[in-house]
Design a protein around this ligand. Structure first.
Ligand code: 6R9
Length: 654
């Protein structure tokens, strides 16, 4: 790890806005966790047994007697003697009370709609489970799912869970190479994909990409199931060992497949994520602890209940979509929105239109999306009735105070709590956040660790830092949603994440952070996002936060150049002319907020920043451009086309 940061003065610039926002009274009164619940103390007093509250949110085939087995750290086992089925928890158990309540409302790219009640979902999941069985899928077999945001994705995930087959969802936008690597690495013999999907106006052939992957994979694939997403718009011939999803399920319509009771520690799914090194890591999540933690946080942090219509805008191909798009909301029996399209198609008010149409009450998205909304302008949300919103969530990267206030003002009607949630693929579920009915919010700061989570910010030697000083975010005691290990083996898992200290085992998140006097954590970004500016060390987030405070600026990414200076890549709102005055104002703001030493040497205006599919800014790439270096393959980006544009702007100005 690099050194996480410099002195407190710099770190504080990230959250220069010291506003404290109290939970609104109306929200407080009906929140899942109320002020007098004493929940922080209860977890402190009664750890780890207090986590039994999370397990109590689930239905168990055999109730767990033991909460935590920590005899072989860092391979912790949560609820080890419990047995359960995740699909039963997300579907069957709601049938008595809510069979005709909507579970999923789906909106397709072409304006199509499909709705599933819990009874419909039950029927479809059972048919899919029977279909997979017919192909030979057995308990423990890994099934790879390569599907866009269509109902068949959550349905097949739950069908896998029902028969005890771990799923391995690969984001539909990843390349054939990436799919092949993940099929091989997960040792998966089954693939569920589709003919294709719409990209704007065009039908894109997903199946041919899957075919390429199959050719590249080491031959372990036995059967492929193909969902017909496009109908007549795309005709894909099926070869040997390839099955049409509809045809496979049809004879099983109305059948019931007995759910397989799984040990709490059995694998529910694997999810590949990028690590510090080139090869992706296969993060393994166990059934019981994961589902319990996800359900607990969906209820107590996002405050979701069955009467809500809830929308997590993240793609199911990433962990946020797994935990808070599928498992969390369905475990609680709520109605969830599934949206296939993009937020600006057919128009930039699409998201607000969907919120209004569905009377969405809880909305969870990322700062990247919020910055786009800001860039497009407040007139889009303002044209819609968003009064159904009662809570807003954000995840994935730090949110600037400016974006936080915009989100609350223009989407949350000025008074909805905005919950900034910090977590990772590896943590499985939210680990740091305010409890919306209890805690004050501090825009730009994530908040304290959740009850029962022992997160600390420590220095190089592992000692807690002073308030305001930058350090490494670590977690000292295990938590239920934590992954059970890596597909790549125990040694790799231990080496990658854990450190043994005198107090026991410590999980290293890889993020830099500060903590204030009230225990509120500010995330400074990955510790590898540290940049050196004229031999002084800064974090990208602190500079960027100063830049986006300039009027008309929507996004910024700073990188070091090869002479030790700093380049700021900046995007502006559509109606703002990126002129020399704005340039000067940006430079001045950084100088004021952080110090003259950090004044950007160059400000490069660009229509967009290059992003990964999950919305993270590709700083490495921007750095390579700044340094005039070769950069690698950009096809995995969400917007590869901007790279050439940025490069020519940089060169032109030189
Ligand atoms: C859920 C998810 C994990 C990394 C994490 C951190 C960043 C996530 C954040 C945040 C600041 C937040 N991150 N939430 N940074 N504030 N509220 O995003 O998982 O894709 O594994 O990314 O994302 O850097 O380490 P994942």
């Amino acid at each position: 790890m690099n050194d996480a940061g410099t002195d407190g003065r710099h770190a504080d610039a990230v959250a220069a806005d010291e506003t404290v926002v109290e939970p609104p009274d109306e929200f407080r009164e009906s929140a899942a966790v109320a002020d007098d619940d004493d929940v922080y103390d209860a977890f402190e007093r009664d750890w780890p047994d207090a986590w039994g509250r999370a397990a109590d949110l689930l239905d168990w085939e055999r109730d767990p007697d033991t909460v935590l087995d920590d005899s072989n750290p860092p391979f912790y086992q949560w609820f080890p003697d419990g047995r359960l089925n995740a699909a039963t928890n997300c579907v069957d158990r709601h049938l008595d009370e809510r069979r005709n309540q909507l579970a999923i409302r789906w909106f397709g790219k072409r304006g199509e709609r499909r709705s599933y009640t819990y009874a419909d979902l039950h029927r479809e999941v059972n048919a899919a489970a029977a279909g997979l069985r017919e192909l030979g899928v057995e308990e423990g077999d890994v099934v790879t799912l390569y599907l866009p945001m269509i109902p068949e994705l959550p349905v097949t995930m739950l069908a896998c869970a029902r028969i005890g087959a771990p799923h391995n969802v690969v984001f539909a936008g990843l390349s054939a190479d990436a799919l092949a690597t993940r099929i091989d690495a997960a040792d998966s013999a089954y693939l569920v994909t589709c003919d294709g999907y719409y990209r704007r106006e065009d039908a894109f052939n997903q199946k041919s990409r899957a075919d390429n992957a199959r050719l590249q994979a080491d031959g372990s694939l036995e059967a492929t199931v193909v969902v017909d997403r496009l109908g007549d718009a795309l005709d894909v011939p099926l070869g040997e060992d390839e099955h049409d999803y509809g045809t496979l399920l049809a004879p099983h319509d109305g059948e019931t497949v007995e759910p397989v009771a799984r040990d709490a520690t059995d694998l529910l799914f694997v999810m590949y994520t990028s690590g510090t090194t080139g090869r992706p890591k296969g993060v393994e999540h166990a059934t019981g602890g994961y589902l319990a933690h996800v359900a607990w946080t969906t209820r107590n942090v996002l405050d979701v209940r069955p009467t809500d219509t809830y929308w997590c805008a993240a793609d199911i191909g990433w962990i946020t979509g797994h935990s808070y798009g599928v498992y969390g909301p369905l475990a609680l029996g709520t109605t969830t929105v599934l949206y296939e399209g993009s937020p600006d198609y057919p128009d930039r008010d699409r998201v607000w239109d969907l919120i209004e149409r569905n009377a969405v009450s809880v909305f969870y998205t990322s700062p990247t999306a919020i910055r786009s909304f800001m860039k497009w302008g407040a007139e889009y949300p303002e044209a819609h009735d968003l009064s159904s919103i009662r809570l807003l969530g954000t995840v994935g990267e730090s949110i600037t105070p400016k974006a936080w206030h915009w989100y609350r003002e223009h989407v949350g009607g000025g008074d909805a709590p905005v919950v900034d949630t910090w977590w990772q693929t590896e943590t499985g579920a939210i680990a740091l956040a305010t409890l919306p009915g209890v805690s004050d919010m501090k825009p730009g700061k994530v908040g304290p660790p959740l009850p029962g989570i022992d997160a600390r910010v420590v220095d190089r030697d592992g000692d807690p830092v002073e308030a305001g000083e930058a350090g490494y975010l670590t977690i000292d005691r295990p938590w239920p949603g934590m992954c059970r290990g890596l597909r790549e083996g125990d040694e790799r898992y231990r080496r990658e994440y854990w450190a043994e200290t005198t107090e026991g085992w410590r999980y290293r998140t890889g993020d830099g952070a500060t903590v204030d006097e009230d225990g509120y954590v500010t995330i400074l970004g990955r510790v590898d996002d540290v940049i050196n500016v004229r031999a002084r060390r800064f974090n990208t987030a602190e500079l960027e936060s100063a830049i986006v405070a300039a009027d008309g600026v929507t996004e910024a990414a700073v990188v070091g150049d090869d002479s030790g200076g700093v380049i700021a890549y900046v995007t502006t709102r559509g109606d703002v002319d990126p002129d020399p005055i704005l340039r000067e104002s940006i430079e001045r703001r950084v100088a004021n907020a952080v110090g003259e030493v950090a004044r950007p040497d160059r400000v490069v205006f660009t229509p967009e920043l290059p992003k990964t599919r999950s919305g993270k800014i590709m700083r490495r790439l921007l750095e390579d451009i700044a340094r005039g270096e070769e950069f690698g393959d950009v096809s995995a980006l969400r917007n590869p086309e901007v790279v050439g544009e940025i490069e020519s702007t940089v060169r032109e100005e030189e």
